[in-house]
Design a binder for this molecule. Structure first.
Ligand SMILES: C[S@@+](CC[C@H](N)C(=O)[O-])C[C@H]1O[C@@H](n2cnc3c(N)ncnc32)[C@H](O)[C@@H]1O
Length: 276
């Protein structure tokens, strides 16, 4: 079978399985199978040999069962850097790059990232701000192992530390002038309606608190003032429906300068605030 025929057949199979971007995903998987740089399939098609086609068939079968592309190829680009991704970590989302942009808008030297997953937020901030240091926490030891690996691969192992715990429990450090978090904010009742990629393959504890999706914000707002430097900044990702509730939780906890930021589609996406 020629690469073109294999690609066409794969797109048809992925479409039939309900994959949204069947053509884009099939191309990315063929590039991965043939060791071609993403985006260069059309100019390097001669590299797709028999062995690559056999590997491609296996990758397509995984995607057909709705395993996310990032988990299949084990990598995801985030803010221009490459992160290792496994079934233990949330696949970093392009939307979360808005959080990074907000965090980079002001100075910081000591960062706390609550629920670090792959470490994509913390490690991007440290890479973009030379000399800064930070800690990423997570309740998942498996995710923290991947975050550590990403820190080492990006040459940030000496500036990033990781802590295993339930939000701020046992952190034993304070003076953070920047705290960031993209916590699980999907309500338990919404889980059944999610796409299979999320529902079946992403770590459930990365998506939902099994309650109303606000549990993490309550804990973070309650416990953070203890560990933040006066005037330190908080930058949180939120769900589209949480543009009123999360600012209200922060206001009750005594945070100042609470602002809601919308994404390009006009939907609430980020809340920033300042510790007093
Ligand atoms: C939405 S994911 C965000 C991952 C990463 N920061 C990102 O933006 O791609 C939420 C993360 O919070 C972690 N988490 C969930 N409950 C937690 C808890 N009680 N304490 C600490 N981390 C928790 C999950 O394991 C997951 O890695």
């Amino acid at each position: 079978m020629s690469p073109q025929d294999a690609l066409r057949a794969a797109v048809a199979r992925l479409r039939a399985a309900g994959v949204e971007d069947a053509a884009g995903d099939a191309r990315r998987l063929m590039e991965h199978a043939a060791g071609i740089t993403p985006g260069l399939l059309s100019t390097q098609r001669e590299r797709v040999d028999e062995a690559a086609l056999a590997r491609f068939a296996g990758l397509v079968a995984q995607r057909e069962s709705r395993v996310p592309v990032a988990q299949i190829i084990g990598r995801r680009a985030f803010f221009g850097r490459d992160f290792r991704v496994t079934e233990a970590t949330l696949d970093p989302r392009p939307e979360t790059e808005h959080l990074v942009e907000q965090a980079l808008a002001e100075p910081f030297s000591l960062v706390l990232d609550l629920g670090t997953g792959t470490g994509c937020i913390l490690l991007t901030l440290l890479a973009e701000r030379p000399g800064s240091r930070g800690i990423g926490t997570d309740i998942s030891a498996a995710a923290l192992a991947i975050a550590r690996e990403n820190a080492d691969c990006l040459g940030l192992g000496d500036r990033a530390r990781f802590h295993h715990g339930d939000w701020l429990e046992g952190l034993g450090m304070d003076g953070f002038d920047l705290v960031v978090s993209n916590p699980p904010y999907i309500a338990g009742s919404e889980m059944a309606s999610l796409a299979p990629e999320l529902r079946l393959h992403e770590p459930r504890a990365a998506l939902t608190d099994e309650g109303d999706g606000l549990a993490a914000y309550h804990v973070i707002a309650r416990d953070l003032p203890e560990v933040m430097a006066p005037g330190g900044r908080l930058v949180l990702e939120i769900g589209h429906e949480q543009g009123e509730t999360v600012p209200a939780i922060l206001a009750r906890a005594g945070f100042a300068e609470i602002r809601l930021h919308r994404d390009l589609a006009g939907k609430p996406r980020i809340v920033t605030a300042r510790a007093v």
